[in-house]
Design a protein around this ligand. Structure first.
Ligand SMILES: [Zn+2]
Length: 316
């Protein structure tokens, strides 16, 4: 058993659920055949990060009701538990579920309802992470930061444990969202930042680690390029959420074998393997650990240590 620290709610539903919800709510999909639809929306090697993000418009189209949100959160619990996960942090941006007028309170409580039912039925522990969207302006992330603080204080049972910065990284520097991160950190929330996931984002990665002081980094693939920054990550105890399959899809590495996870690990940087999106990336944390053994040269003992890092980096 181990933890799943990096899992997007809107990229991790079952394909059959996506189709059922679309049929139920009269939402148009490009196909209603599971295999065909999956082939159309799943991430593929050579896609750009922007193209990957476009696939989310399909999944989000069916995630605009309380029932759909709760059901997807619930099923994620079952799927994760069946794949050896006993603790999962589910991340999402509440603002993306307002296409049909749901209130933020309804969205956050729907995620909570699904997760808490899943916890009871499947014996898993969960927490929520709010994702600020990096291409949006400062007001957007500040509003979300305020909501994260509100819900964590007013509804501790919702287990809002952390705050993230997500979405297309290119040309969207993290410093635009300094204020939001200051707000959540002052409220005692933990932070993670998607960074170093695309070429030319090295300075964003350095900023996220050294200036924002993120507890964890999503991807961080470019960290291997700089000895001093690796040293900083080690000293600060930053954990890198490695999503190998996802990184091949978005193209920051050309093949699984090129992933720097083992080099980072050997230098003493704390890493954890994560899925990113079980539907769109067609992987799970369990599969990522298997990939690490088969293609990156990790021994079983080393993978046990990675799982320990992962457990230690939980936000709750
Ligand atoms: Zn991600």
């Amino acid at each position: 058993m181990t933890s799943e620290l990096h899992l997007h709610l809107d990229g991790s539903m079952r394909i059959k659920t996506l189709i059922e919800l679309a049929r139920h709510d009269g939402i148009k999909l490009s196909s209603y055949e599971p295999d065909e639809l999956l082939e159309q929306i799943k991430f593929k090697q050579g896609m750009t990060q922007e193209e990957c993000l476009n696939a989310f418009s399909t999944t989000l189209s069916v995630m605009q009701t309380k029932y759909a949100i709760s059901r997807i959160a619930y099923e994620i619990c079952e799927d994760q538990r069946n794949k050896g996960i006993d603790y999962a942090e589910i991340r999402y941006c509440p603002f993306l579920h307002q296409q049909n007028g749901l209130r933020i309170e309804e969205i956050v409580s729907s995620v909570h309802n699904g997760l808490s039912m899943g916890e009871k039925d499947f014996g898993i522990k969960t927490a929520q992470i709010f994702c600020a969207l990096r291409h949006e302006n400062e007001e957007h992330s500040i509003a979300l930061a305020d909501l994260a603080c509100y819900f964590s204080k007013r509804y501790p049972e919702y287990k809002i444990a952390g705050f993230d910065l997500a979405c297309a990284e290119a040309n969207n520097p993290p410093w635009r969202h300094d204020k939001a991160f200051e707000i959540v950190k002052n409220a005692g929330l933990k932070t993670t930042v998607h960074a170093g996931e695309v070429p030319e984002s090295f300075y964003y990665l350095r900023y996220a680690i050294c200036t924002m002081g993120a507890d964890r980094i999503g991807h961080g693939t470019l960290l291997i390029k700089d000895e001093m920054l690796m040293e900083s990550a080690k000293r600060l105890g930053t954990t890198i959420e490695c999503c190998v399959t996802s990184n091949v899809h978005t193209g920051i590495i050309k093949s699984v074998e090129e992933h720097p996870a083992k080099k980072l690990f050997d230098r003493g940087v704390k890493i954890a393997f994560c899925a990113d999106n079980t539907l769109l990336s067609q992987t799970t944390a369990e599969k990522e650990y298997r990939i690490a053994k088969k293609f990156l040269g990790f021994s079983d003992k080393e993978l046990e240590k990675v799982k320990k890092y992962s457990d230690e980096a939980r936000f709750r």
